[in-house]
Design a protein around this ligand. Structure first.
Ligand SMILES: [Zn+2]
Ligand SMILES: [Zn+2]
Length: 378
């Protein structure tokens, strides 16, 4: 743990080594929570609603060309029921979603956590993270390795797994890679639970009665997707197909095919279009990433109340996604500067989330090389 403590003290943003080998658990106790898979194994043909997770994994297995007799190889992939259950169970558990509180006086600084929730193993889920498939720095292997190292430690302290989301901007390529890696070596990832997702950009010209002085970008997390689904892939291809190749810096992309499909320059679509277009993806849930990023004050006219505007936008999210709307990122640590300091705004987001019967959840939204820090360059 020495390295970790040094890193906390020095606020370095480098991959954490915990300074000891991953702990061998010895049996599969970490998987006992996965009641849906267990149910599916024992009562396979009957309880349709309870086996949704089993069916989800079975579809992934089939689409990837794995044997579908058993979905054990995908025990670490989180199905829609498990996701909903975990989110609702931890609705009021802020520590579950954040690595630690920022020291007083440093609330406006990015990547300055005490990491106390990491040290005690309470940090349980980070549903929103980026890899080199969009604008992150970690490869999928590195992301999974770091998360697994922590998951093993968390499991040894609490008996519980660690939940990790892969949500690159407007692409699902990282999710495909993750499924293949996990299916090839499921034992290694037994304490890790991976949520397959994407962070889709939508743009709104008008949001109910919030007067925008320019269109507002919303980042929508689509969680519990099947990255091998044909129709989902054709939607992503449409979204990221680009004709303008000249003005973009591609240096961080891992392969040149992204010249043709650029996740950082998606087509302009609305939330209504997104929800409608993906209505055939039955397992998919929509969540509202960082409701106040970009700072709402930049998009509304001066005479408007920003708190009231955020509240209305959360209502708009719920109204548009309806029963597929899962949570807002009420526990979001990557805000910086004025937004990070605006306690009233954070409270407004929590209150509006409660009022609309969405859940409160959160994530690190890492773009850097460490799962406990945001690594966003301002
Ligand atoms: Zn975002
Ligand atoms: Zn993000």
């Amino acid at each position: 743990m020495l390295n970790l403590i040094n890193q906390i003290t020095n606020q370095k943003i480098t991959p954490i080594s915990f300074g000891r080998k991953p702990i061998t658990i010895g049996n599969l106790s970490g998987l006992k929570e996965d009641v849906f898979v267990k149910t599916a194994k024992t009562t396979s043909k009957t309880v349709q609603t309870k086996i949704a997770d089993f069916e989800y994994k079975k579809r992934i297995c089939k689409d990837i060309g794995l044997s579908c007799v058993s979905v054990d190889k995908l025990d670490s992939i989180v199905g829609p029921n498990e996701l909903t259950k975990i989110v609702s169970k931890n609705n009021n558990n802020r520590a579950f979603y954040i690595p630690g509180e920022k020291p007083s006086g440093m609330e406006d600084v990015q990547d300055s956590y005490f990491l106390e929730n990491v040290l005690n193993g309470e940090f349980g889920a980070s549903f929103h993270n980026h890899t080199i498939h969009s604008d992150g720095k970690l490869t999928v292997v590195e992301l999974l390795d770091q998360a697994t190292e922590y998951a093993d430690i968390r499991h040894s302290k609490t008996g519980k797994p660690f939940y990790l989301g892969i949500t690159d901007h407007n692409t699902i390529e990282g999710c495909k890679e993750a499924v293949k890696i996990i299916a090839a070596n499921p034992e290694k990832y037994k304490n890790l639970k991976v949520v397959l997702g994407s962070e889709i950009t939508v743009k709104e010209e008008k949001i109910n009665n919030v007067k925008l002085n320019k269109s507002r970008k919303l980042h929508i997390l689509t969680l519990g997707l099947n990255p091998f689904d044909k129709d989902l892939n054709s939607f992503i291809s449409f979204l990221t197909a680009t004709v303008n190749k000249t003005k973009i810096n591609y240096s961080h992309f891992i392969n040149k095919n992204m010249y043709k499909n650029n996740p950082m320059r998606p087509k302009t679509i609305s939330l209504e279009y997104l929800v409608d277009r993906l209505s055939n993806q039955k397992d998919l849930k929509f969540s509202f990433a960082h409701p106040d990023y970009p700072d709402i004050r930049k998009d509304i006219s001066e005479e408007q109340d920003p708190y009231n505007a955020i509240e209305k936008i959360i209502h708009f999210f719920k109204k548009t996604t309806q029963n597929k709307g899962l949570y807002t990122e009420s526990y979001y640590n990557a805000y910086f500067d004025d937004v990070a300091l605006d306690k009233k705004m954070h409270q407004t987001i929590e209150d509006a989330t409660n009022k609309t019967h969405l859940s409160k959840a959160g994530a690190i939204d890492t773009h850097g090389d460490n799962i406990f820090y945001t690594g966003i360059n301002k």
